[in-house]
Design a protein around this ligand. Structure first.
Ligand SMILES: [Cu+2]
Length: 496
């Protein structure tokens, strides 16, 4: 059939080319003033022939390629959407066929004949009203029908819906099921790290029975509620067989729910294809690996679903908890949002061996760097310095602002937890102003920090302090941000 259609295309193309050359001949003869009534008749006949041929060709291809289209919709919502599409296509299709037939028939019927004069009318109000009102009524009907379904589709999901979370990233979907408690564990973007890509708050008990699934398994005739999201770029959660899709936008949670009505097994029979599988795919060109974002969806009977569900292992008990116990993965000590205790993976819990919990220390902060260095087998070296990140001095003075106390207390506690450690503090300024004054200021600031640490209980013989003025900048002095980085107190371990 495809070959016949291909040949038909070539024939039509040939006719079009012939017609165009004929038309240009006609124009030439018109210009020369000759009157060839017969050639007008032939031209009109050919034009309408092409019009009808294209129309028939379009209709035939619709039927020929129909089997390559999607099988019947496999969800309740899909049936509505399919019906809407069909009604729209039938209505517009009928209008299309009628206008197409008239257009090309009239080309022939009213072609130029000698002595026949065209009828002229400026306007016709009745006609104007008719072709405004009739399409308006039809469109209102179509839109009304569509809106009614739209509200149904975007209504809240039924309470007993299977709750799933689908998160897109380049280039895969993470599928999380809510587990037996029917609640998905909370997520927080501040918890995202390589060990916890979704930023799940494992301190939230609701997360403990959540499980990650390789394929989406759904019970037939039960509502399914899907929370959609993305980690990097815009993706699209597309279920072609269910006629549904939902954008997956980073930072904007979206949602859809539906009720699958045909199991995979039934669809295999329906399509006569023993290998048939439902899929979820990404419907946004999200990058070079876009084609990879495909996952199997399996619709099964309620019993099969329950069996599968009972076999799934909680991600928390099988992966997270053992990792926490072995120390490979750590969660914040208290509630994340409060940000009281130090949060981090990489083994930095913020809790010292003395039982002291570092306050406000973050992963990558000076406390984290210092503890990591002390615990590592790295040798002390003259060039390994860590910058305080929460010390503030009054402008131009060596007086510490009260907000610096939190970090100073943390450092003093670290010194107590590691009694063998000795440190040196270095004071630095930017290159603005007098060099001598800068040197003096940096020196008095380093000594102020030392005095503070001694006050907090660290033995004086374990700390040294020295000012270096504008030497050893860590950033450019050309910008405000750079100068700000250069005005700092650094800490170096001299013995451990
Ligand atoms: Cu994608």
């Amino acid at each position: 059939m495809a070959i016949i259609l291909g040949l038909l295309t070539l024939v039509l193309l040939y006719i079009v080319i012939v017609q165009i050359s004929k038309a240009s001949d006609l124009i030439k003869s018109l210009r020369s003033g000759d009157e060839h009534e017969e050639s007008f008749g032939n031209g009109a006949l050919f034009t309408s022939f092409i019009g009808f041929a294209v129309l028939i060709y379009s209709i035939v291809t619709c039927f020929v390629y129909a089997p390559t289209m999607l099988p019947k919709p496999a969800s309740e919502q899909g049936v509505w959407i399919n019906d809407l599409m069909n009604i729209t296509i039938v209505l517009t299709g009928v209008v299309f066929i009628i206008t197409q037939v008239l257009l090309f028939w009239f080309v022939y019927k009213y072609h130029y004949r000698k002595g026949r004069k065209a009828y002229f009318f400026a306007d016709n109000n009745k006609l104007e009203v008719a072709w405004t009102v009739v399409p308006a009524i039809v469109l209102t009907f179509l839109i009304g029908f569509g809106i009614q379904k739209w509200f149904k589709i975007f209504s809240p999901a039924p309470k007993d819906a299977v709750l799933i979370e689908a998160t897109g990233k380049q280039y895969a979907w993470s599928i999380r099921y809510s587990g037996a408690d029917h609640t998905l564990g909370k997520r927080d973007f501040s918890l995202v790290n390589p060990d916890n890509e979704l930023g799940i708050n494992w301190n939230d008990a609701a997360s403990h029975d959540d499980f990650m699934a390789d394929e989406i398994v759904l019970p037939v005739n039960k509502p399914v509620s899907i929370n959609v999201g993305a980690l990097d770029v815009i993706h699209n959660f597309w279920l072609p067989h269910f006629r549904l899709m939902m954008s997956a936008v980073p930072g904007v949670p979206t949602h859809l729910w539906f009720r699958p009505t045909i199991t995979t097994e039934e669809m295999k029979k329906e399509t006569n294809n023993p290998n048939f599988e439902y899929v979820v795919a990404c419907n946004k060109l999200c990058g070079s690996g876009h084609y990879n974002m495909k996952k199997k969806v399996r619709v099964v009977s309620q019993e099969e679903y329950e069996k599968w569900f009972s076999e799934q292992k909680s991600y928390y008990t099988t992966v997270v908890k053992p990792a926490m116990e072995s120390g490979a993965f750590k969660m914040p000590v208290s509630e994340v949002a409060e940000n009281t205790a130090a949060a981090s993976a990489n083994g930095f819990s913020g809790k010292l061996s003395t039982g002291f919990e570092l306050v406000g220390a973050v992963n990558g902060g000076v406390e984290n760097k210092l503890v990591t260095f002390i615990q590592s087998d790295k040798q002390v070296a003259k060039d390994i310095w860590f910058s305080f990140d929460r010390l503030l001095f009054e402008t131009g003075k060596s007086t510490l602002k009260p907000s610096s106390q939190e970090q100073l207390k943390n450092i003093s506690e670290i010194m107590k937890a590691f009694p063998a450690v000795e440190i040196k503090l270095g004071g630095y300024t930017d290159n603005v102003g007098d060099q001598k004054a800068n040197l003096k200021l940096s020196d008095s600031r380093a000594k102020a920090v030392m005095a503070e640490l001694i006050k907090l209980g660290v033995a004086a013989n374990r700390i040294k302090a020295e000012g270096y003025g504008d030497q050893f900048p860590v950033a450019t002095n050309e910008t405000d941000a750079g100068r700000q980085q250069n005005r700092r107190i650094d800490i170096r371990v001299t013995k451990k």
